[in-house]
Design a binder for this molecule. Structure first.
Ligand code: UFG
Length: 327
């Protein structure tokens, strides 16, 4: 297929672009390089620098589908700058959808997020794995802006026959060969811990140790970027005109911040000092996915699910010069 990957110079977009190229697709990566890196676009894919708000000309070349990653994606930043998130994530996607309709491109795979759900449902006093049918009550503007896109996609499928799949990512981590997280300002847990092991930081801050969890730190569901990317190829094939399907993507197992630090210590052999800090605004205590639906309906199987593997792949990539600097 001839495919447009928005955000194709970013972390997840570049891994999906690489797997699409490996599968023989004709891939164009569109990225404004606000957070992405031109050298992250895999060889074999064409790179176009530009905004999703100006994609009409490109789409008029004729594409079979769009995989839409380009977005603002930091929970903390979204609490401080909500308008940025509404304008990029909802406004930008509406412009892209308009351009798709005008140019007759009907197939879309969208990067949605666990942050659309907010605090997970309780099973007695314990939170349980989140299902796609659970209520969506985002606790931050990032999740709210992505939920607004999901709502729009459902409407567009009904009104205009759009063939859409949203994948709700939990905590994506790890690396795929040289492709890794390379954020100029790194906020994510695993890359920040690995910076300590690399000697680039003295310690890692633990944002809150008084959450209602076993050890007091936040629990998250880490999914390997290579497994996550594979789900996009399945989703692309599953897109059906007039429907919008939503699938969670996680491993089904939660790890606390302290447990993640311990695994990073084992993998790297470094001591990794931690410093207790205050809670980060917008962070839910626990987010763990049920991925039963995508396993059952699309046959997705995570092949690199263990946290040790995820951390080991990230650790190997950040010591690989070919992965490029995080600037
Ligand atoms: N954390 C720390 N110290 C750090 C960085 C993070 O303690 O230096 C904590 C956070 O407070 C959180 C956990 O580690 O409890 C994971 O934080 P990340 O920033 O790595 O990831 P988030 O859970 O905030 O967000 C990620 C994606 C979102 C997505 C969300 C869904 O960035 O896009 O997962 O679970 F919505």
């Amino acid at each position: 297929m001839k495919l447009l990957v928005t955000g194709g110079a970013g972390y997840i977009g570049s891994v999906v672009a690489a797997q699409l190229v490996e599968e023989g697709h004709d891939v164009t990566a569109l990225d404004d390089l606000s957070t992405g890196h031109a050298d992250a676009v895999p060889s074999g894919a064409r790179f176009v620098e530009g905004s999703i708000t100006e994609a009409r000309g490109l789409l008029s070349e004729g594409f079979d589908g769009v995989l839409h990653f380009a977005a603002k994606s930091l929970v903390g930043e979204s609490v401080e700058k909500p308008a940025l998130y509404w304008s990029h994530n909802l406004g930008g996607t509406l412009a892209l959808l308009d351009a798709m309709r005008e140019t007759g491109v009907n197939r879309l795979v969208f990067s949605s997020t666990a942050a659309t759900y907010g605090e997970p449902p309780l099973d007695g006093t314990r939170s349980r794995a989140i299902l796609e049918t659970d209520p969506t009550r985002p606790t931050n503007p990032y999740g709210a802006s992505k939920l607004a896109v999901d709502t729009t996609l459902t409407a567009f499928a009904g009104l205009y026959g759009l063939a859409a799949v949203s994948l709700r990512y939990f905590n994506v981590a790890g690396a795929y060969g040289r492709f890794r997280e390379r954020h100029a300002v790194e906020t994510h847990l695993i890359p920040n811990i690995l910076k300590v092991a690399l000697g680039e930081r003295e310690s890692v801050s633990v944002f809150g140790d008084d959450y209602p969890t076993a050890d007091g730190t936040c629990v998250r569901d880490y999914v390997h970027v290579a497994d996550l990317a594979r789900a996009h190829l399945l989703a692309l094939d599953a897109c059906t005109a007039g429907t919008h399907e939503i699938f969670n993507l996680g491993s089904g197992t939660g790890f606390s911040v302290k447990e993640v630090v311990d695994v990073c210590r084992q993998v790297t052999g470094h001591e990794i000092p931690t410093v207790a800090g205050p809670r980060r605004p917008g962070d839910p205590a626990v987010l763990v996915a049920s991925s039963d639906k995508i396993q059952r309906e699309l046959g997705w199987k995570p092949g690199r699910a263990s946290l040790e593997t995820i951390v080991a792949d990230a650790w190997a990539a950040c010591q690989t010069p070919e992965s490029g600097p995080a600037v």
